[in-house]
Write a protein that binds this ligand. Structure first.
Ligand code: ADP
Ligand code: TYD
Length: 208
C-alpha cells in the first residue's frame, strides 16, 4: 500500500458482520497512520442517504426490482462523485460497507434475473470496481437471527426471508468465482477478531 488511493469493499448477506469488519479494518489502518474514509451503501453522501431511506424502509413489495436497480444506482453515482472518487484522488483508503456487487447479487440474481440490466447500468453510470472485495460468507439462518435482533427499522430486505438469503449467499459465492482477482471469501462464522486478522492480512498481502 504505497501512495495512491485504495478502494476496499465488504459484501455479504444481511447480518454477516460486514459493518463490524469494515469498522475494525478502518481502526487498524488508521492506527498505522493511513488516511481512511469509512463509508457505506446505500448512502455515503447526503443525497445518497436520502435515497437509502426510500430503499431500506417499508414493505418488501414497495419497489419493483427494476425501480430498485435505478434507485441503488442513483445513490451509488452520488456516493462515487461526492465521497469515493475525491477521497481516492487525494490518496486515501476508502472502505465501503457494500458497493456494486450488492446490486449484482440482490437485484441481479436473488430477486429477478436482471443481471444483464444491472451490468449495463453499471457500465453506463458507475464504471468503477473496488481494488479488493471481502465477501463475508456465513450461514443465512445465523446471520438472519443476528440481523433481525438489531431491530433497526431497516429490515425491508431481511423481511424477504430465509430462501432469499440462501439465494444471496450462493450469489455472492458465484460472484467471488467470477472476479477472483479482487474477491476474497472470508468465513464469517468465527469470532470477530479471527475474521479481522484474516482481513488485515489480506490487505497487507495485497500491498506488499
Ligand atoms: P452486517 O453489517 O453484515 O449486517 P454487522 O456487522 O452489523 O453485520 O453484524 C450484525 C450483528 O452481529 C451485530 O449485532 C454484530 O455485533 C454481530 N456480529 C458481527 N460479527 C460477529 C461475529 N463474528 N460473531 C458474532 N456476532 C457478530
Ligand atoms: P445494509 O445497511 O448494508 O444492510 P445490512 O447491515 O442488513 O447488511 O444494506 C441495506 C439493504 O440494502 C441490505 O438488505 C442489502 C440491500 N442492498 C441491495 O439490495 N442492493 C444494493 O445495491 C445495496 C447496496 C444494498
Amino acid at each position: 500500500m504505497t501512495g495512491g488511493g485504495l478502494f476496499i469493499t465488504f459484501e455479504g448477506i444481511d447480518g454477516s458482520g460486514k459493518s463490524t469488519q469494515a469498522r475494525l479494518l478502518a481502526e487498524h489502518l488508521r492506527s498505522q497512520g493511513r488516511d481512511i474514509v469509512l463509508t457505506r451503501e446505500p448512502g455515503g453522501a447526503p443525497g445518497a442517504e436520502e435515497i437509502r431511506k426510500l430503499l431500506v424502509e417499508g414493505e418488501p413489495a414497495r419497489w419493483s426490482p427494476e425501480c430498485e436497480i435505478l434507485l441503488f444506482t442513483a445513490a451509488r453515482r452520488d456516493h462515487l462523485e461526492r465521497t469515493i472518487l475525491p477521497a481516492l484522488a487525494s490518496g486515501k483508503v476508502v472502505i465501503s460497507d457494500r458497493f456494486a456487487d450488492s446490486t449484482r447479487v440482490y437485484q441481479g440474481v436473488a430477486r429477478a434475473g436482471l443481471r444483464g440490466l444491472v451490468d449495463k447500468l453499471h457500465k453506463l453510470m458507475i464504471g468503477r470496481e473496488p481494488d479488493l472485495t471481502f465477501i463475508i460468507d456465513m450461514d443465512p439462518e445465523q446471520a438472519l437471527s443476528r440481523g433481525l435482533a438489531r431491530q433497526s427499522g431497516e429490515d425491508r430486505f431481511e423481511d424477504f426471508g430465509l430462501p432469499f438469503q440462501q439465494a444471496l449467499r450462493q450469489g455472492f459465492l458465484d460472484l467471488a468465482a467470477e472476479f477472483p482477482a479482487r474477491c476474497r471469501v472470508i468465513d464469517g462464522n468465527r469470532p470477530v477478531d479471527a475474521i479481522a486478522a484474516d482481513v488485515l492480512a489480506a490487505v497487507q498481502e495485497g500491498a506488499a
